[in-house]
Ligand binder design. Structure first.
Ligand code: PMP
Ligand code: GLN
Length: 380
């Protein structure tokens, strides 16, 4: 058998969730909230099903949902995007990333990714015959080393993948980063794939720096979003991509032969729900509170928190406790303390082993507290 992804095994999220289930551990590994979702959104799906909206909707997505997204983008980022030309509804953010990369990357093309990198990026580049050029973010703040980026750009560079707020570190890009990127890609054909699934989870009053806010970037970017992170419904697997018309045509050529269109009743319900901005404007405050609660509970342990300005995640260092690899240490925590996390090594091809683990804090207070207590009681 000739594998098309010889370097990939099963994703770390599934590996750690299965291990957590096996050991009945608290799962602060895989990123999904344990808060209930809004009843009104569930009712909306029921209603759409009862109203017989159960057949294929438009292949680009339910038209009213795309209109509502365009209105939301105009309100948030002061930019006009066209619901027909620039927005496609997808079965989740991962699919949108996969399709965008597939639309752009030809065999031999290079794509710059920043490590630690969300685990789907590099395999998706490689399955398309592309070459991932991995640039480590500067430790411990996980900022982009722009001089290194400049030095890696050549005629083969097809795209740069951004992710802010960043999984797994919680780092967020600044206006300065965006302006630098604009300058870096000027006079090149480089495209940007901007993974913004955590757009509403930016903390400490910081703004979300979407590529859509910057005309020089928006004209060359696929920006990727996920409803799962906004409405506590990661299992719905629905998201969308925003991009320039010519490139969106190429995206849709692939989309039409892959899933063609997404679940209709959920799109109908989301279209109604998007008219309620309070459903997402309160999210950052709520999630920042969970981050701070976990930090408070973790004071009982020997872990040291690192800075997180957004996402569902915060890294904790165990440097003071052990020299073990992140994988070994994460497995040991599940087995001996009953707490699952994610080793950051899983987000690198050549892990630097900084001795940091990713904790997911979008969980109920009592779950966060119990996890920290279990760690403390097991001597960590
Ligand atoms: N990008 C990042 C950075 C993520 O953390 C995730 C998943 N949680 C996704 C993309 C994919 O989102 P979805 O579940 O909508 O596929
Ligand atoms: N994005 C989520 C995380 O980082 C998990 C998604 C998945 O399991 N593929 O934990």
């Amino acid at each position: 058998m000739r594998s098309k992804l010889p370097q990939s095994g099963t994703t770390i999220f599934t590996v750690m969730s299965e291990l957590a289930a096996k050991h009945k551990a608290i799962n602060l590994g895989q990123g999904f909230p344990d808060f209930p979702m809004d009843e009104a959104l569930i009712e909306g799906v029921h209603r759409a099903m009862k109203d017989n909206l159960n057949q294929y909707t438009h292949m680009n997505g339910y038209p009213l949902l795309r209109e509502r997204i365009a209105e939301k983008i105009a309100a948030l980022y002061s930019v006009q995007v066209h619901p027909d030309k620039n927005i496609t509804i997808t079965p989740g953010g991962t699919y949108a990333l996969y399709t965008a990369i597939t639309a752009l990357v030809h065999p031999g093309d290079e794509v710059i990714v920043f490590e630690p990198a969300y685990d789907s990026y590099i395999p998706t580049i490689e399955i398309n015959g592309g070459k991932a050029v991995a640039i480590p973010l500067s430790y411990p703040d996980y900022t982009i080393p722009w001089d290194v980026v400049r030095s890696k750009i050549n005629d083969k560079t097809r795209a740069i993948i951004l992710n802010s707020p960043h999984n797994p570190t919680g780092a967020v890009l600044t206006e300065n980063d965006m302006r630098t990127l604009e300058a870096v890609i000027q006079n090149t054909d480089i495209m940007i794939i901007s993974d913004e699934v955590y757009e509403h989870l930016v903390f400490n009053g910081l703004p979300h720096e979407s590529v859509l806010k910057y005309p020089g970037l928006a004209a060359r970017s696929f920006a990727v979003y996920s409803f799962g992170k906004v409405y506590n419904c990661t299992g719905w697997k629905l998201g969308y991509v925003v991009g320039p018309g010519e490139w969106m045509k190429e995206f849709r050529k692939i989309h039409q032969f892959n899933c063609f269109t997404c679940n209709t009743p959920m799109q109908v319900a989301l279209a109604d729900f998007l008219a309620v901005p309070e459903a997402y404007t309160q999210l950052a405050k709520k999630m920042q509170a969970q981050k701070e609660k976990l930090e408070g509970f973790m004071k009982a342990t020997r872990f040291s928190p690192m800075k997180s300005n957004g996402s569902y995640f915060q890294l904790y260092s165990y440097n003071a406790m052990s020299n073990e690899s992140e994988n070994d240490f994460a497995v040991k925590l599940i087995q001996t303390a009953g707490v699952a996390t994610i080793p950051v090594a899983a987000f690198y091809r050549n892990p630097p082993n900084h001795h940091v683990l990713r904790f997911c804090f979008c969980k109920k207070d009592e779950v966060l507290e119990e996890a920290a207590n279990k760690l403390a009681m097991a001597g960590y």
